[in-house]
Design a protein around this ligand. Structure first.
Ligand SMILES: Nc1ncnc2c1ncn2[C@@H]1O[C@H](COP(=O)(O)OP(=O)(O)OP(=O)(O)O)[C@@H](O)[C@H]1O
Ligand SMILES: [Mg+2]
Length: 242
């Protein structure tokens, strides 16, 4: 359970949930509802004002971002456009002092995994948006980690590519077997890729469930209106039995 306050404003209000290892878990909610703040708490860039976060059974309080088994992928991928694909992917290893040969070997393995074999020597600016997206994921996977955090990573892509990347991301996640925590305002994305979804409304998680239950059995009026196409019919309760 944790909360984040900025002054008197509560950006994340008593978030209480457990995400399973190997799960594709999405947070779905409109702009400003606290998704990024919630995710940054997991990565360690924001400390909760209250409560705590456990990864495995380890309390993450005062554990810096670089000491956590997580990596965060942003919307703007922060790749180095003039460096080769392989150098981009292997960059975190270079920082760790791994030899050039080892780095290249690992980069090639990861390129196979993201279904872009043989493009290691290309410059990043020559790749398409979707290919760059996959390179950013490969780079995040070079170092050892348990959880990949994705903050609206597809929002810069055109619609067709976004649709295509949904399947790609799901495939990559299943191949590497890591926990993916994904945030988006796009219900289509959340509902097609995820094992489970948390629907958020101004800082509050209103419902957590598998995609079917969130779609078919909304627990609150907000979830009912936010997920799916809704026909709302007003009525009056005349009698209540039990
Ligand atoms: N460092 C900060 N200081 C003060 N307020 C902040 C800070 N970071 C976020 N907020 C506020 O907290 C709320 C939640 O912001 P957050 O970035 O988590 O939303 P979001 O759900 O990721 O939105 P979007 O979909 O637009 O990215 C917003 O009202 C925002 O203005
Ligand atoms: Mg955000």
């Amino acid at each position: 359970m944790y909360s984040v306050r900025f002054g008197s404003y509560t950006a994340v209000d008593n978030a209480y949930l457990t995400i399973k290892g190997g799960e594709f878990f999405s947070f779905l909610g409109s702009s400003g509802c606290g998704k990024t703040t919630l995710l940054r708490c997991v990565s360690g860039f924001v400390e909760p004002t209250e409560g705590r976060i456990l990864i495995g059974d380890q309390d993450m309080a005062r554990v810096g971002p670089n000491k956590r088994p997580t990596a965060l992928i942003f919307q703007n991928l922060a790749l180095f456009p003039l460096m080769s694909v392989a150098d981009n992917i292997a960059f975190p290893l270079e920082v760790h002092g791994i030899s050039k040969r080892e780095r290249r070997k690992r980069a090639d393995e990861l390129l196979d995994m993201i279904a872009l074999p043989g493009v290691g020597d290309k410059k990043v600016h020559k790749l398409s948006g979707g290919q760059r997206q996959r390179v950013a994921i490969a780079r995040a996977l070079t170092v050892e980690l348990d959880i990949l955090l994705l903050d609206e990573p597809l929002s810069a892509l055109d619609l067709k590519l976004r649709h295509h990347m949904r399947t790609e991301l799901r495939t990559i996640q299943q191949r590497v077997g890591l926990t993916f925590i994904y945030i988006t305002y796009d219900q289509g994305e959340a509902l097609t890729m995820s094992d489970r979804v948390a629907v958020m409304n101004v800082g509050v998680i209103e419902q957590i469930g598998d995609t079917e239950s969130v779609y078919d059995q909304p627990k609150t009026p907000f979830v009912a209106s936010f997920v799916g196409e809704t026909n709302r019919i007003s009525g009056k309760i005349l009698e209540q039995k039990g």
